[in-house]
Design a protein around this ligand. Sequence first.
Ligand code: ADP
Ligand code: MG
Length: 472
Amino acid sequence: MSEKNSKTVNIKSSWERTLSVLRAELGEATFRSWFKHIEFGELTEKKLILYVPTKFMKDWIHTHYSDRILTILKNDNIPVSSIFFELQKFKTTKEPLNNNLEKTITPSKPSIHTKYSSDESGDHNSMLGAPLDPNLSFDNFVVGGSNELAYAAAKRITEVERVSFNPLFLYGGVGLGKTHLMHAMALEIKKNWPERKVLYLSAEKFMYQFIKALRFKDTMSFKQQFRSVDVLMVDDIQFIAGKDSTQEEFFHTFNTLIDHNHQVVISADRSPVDLDGIEERIRSRLGWGLVTDIHASDYELRLGVLQTKAKKHAEDNPEIIIKDNILEFLAQRIDSNIRVLEGALNRVIAYSSFVNKPLTIEMAQEVLKDLIRASQRRITIDDIQRKVADYYNIRLSDLLSARRSRTIARPRQVAMYLSKILTTRSLPEIGRKFGGRDHTTVIHAVKRIESLQDSDNAIQEEVEVLSRALEN
Ligand code: ADP
Ligand code: MG
């Protein structure tokens, strides 16, 4: 190995060590908020370059952690005298543009409440269609088992000029990401093919435009405008059920576009065959291309969505810290749909900033009472006790006994903690189920496991593995 290469290896592994030291010192949650997305750049002439994703993080890490990083590296015999932070988007390596799409479109502080920035380009979409929300990008879309086919199909359409499936028909229950995917496609096509005319609108708006054209006896230009687009996306097509003349007009537009190999993308809350109130010939035509559904989300996807949103929020509001165990709790307990999940996160964030301190599971439970009750799972304390005893390889009777040895007390605390977060039992009830203990013992256990999860990776993993096993 050349000397230069071995130096690079050295500094790289030293950087890894630095990160583990920081992780240990700061705790998992803090570490993750600041260092998870930091990237090692290079070390030349004692200058270390690190890449960070946002200006805010750059300033923060610089003022708070520069010295500490230097000290750790120097202790590791790395010849470094200063650290420079650079923004990731200015890196010389070519990054796909879309990573910065949102920043390009809304240079001012993006927040999770930002909706609908105006579509100023004066292009097709702004006349007939609905404005596109730059937050609903592919980058912000979390992919999981329930939506990967829909995602892959959507992505494909934005990458090639002509795909073999036309129309693409996306369907699924409310709040599962159909509109998000359609916006993402429209944004991406506009970026990749600026000359193509993309029109996104809801079926409702389609009808509105159509009726307006009828009233103003302007159907010719209505037809022309719709039929001249390269990509037409109509959201929530179930809306035109029972609206016969709108259906008819839509059907002609649809056929014309498909006959000319222009891409059509349709979404609905159910599959084409189930679209009652829409004519049979239209239903069957809608199913000619690729029909793909988005299923209800699973735990991983929900957690992924929450982490993405929380991270984004934390960049703008670092003073509000939502710990990972809270996100896990939300992902476990709120399984209706992603829109509701986002609402829950927003509520938790609002509450946290209001009380001005980090949220505990207890508080989250209180704030989200109504939502949690609606999506109750039937895990019992007995299930939890059995699973925990089994996992730690101890006897169930020991778990419930008065014994205080650590090999038993810790699993018992974990079991109490899980009983608190996975069931709706009250603290006294849980205490009773654990060999008639007092509710203060349960409180203590819950607090203990909560704080251990920050400092002890092993515990964090055990809790996660156990709660997943219990969910399934
Ligand atoms: P639908 O159109 O299917 O009713 P939406 O596309 O409006 O659902 O999604 C509801 C909310 O959930 C939106 O804020 C959207 O950004 C978010 N969402 C849905 N699926 C995902 C996902 N996979 N990743 C990130 N956010 C998602
Ligand atoms: Mg929708």
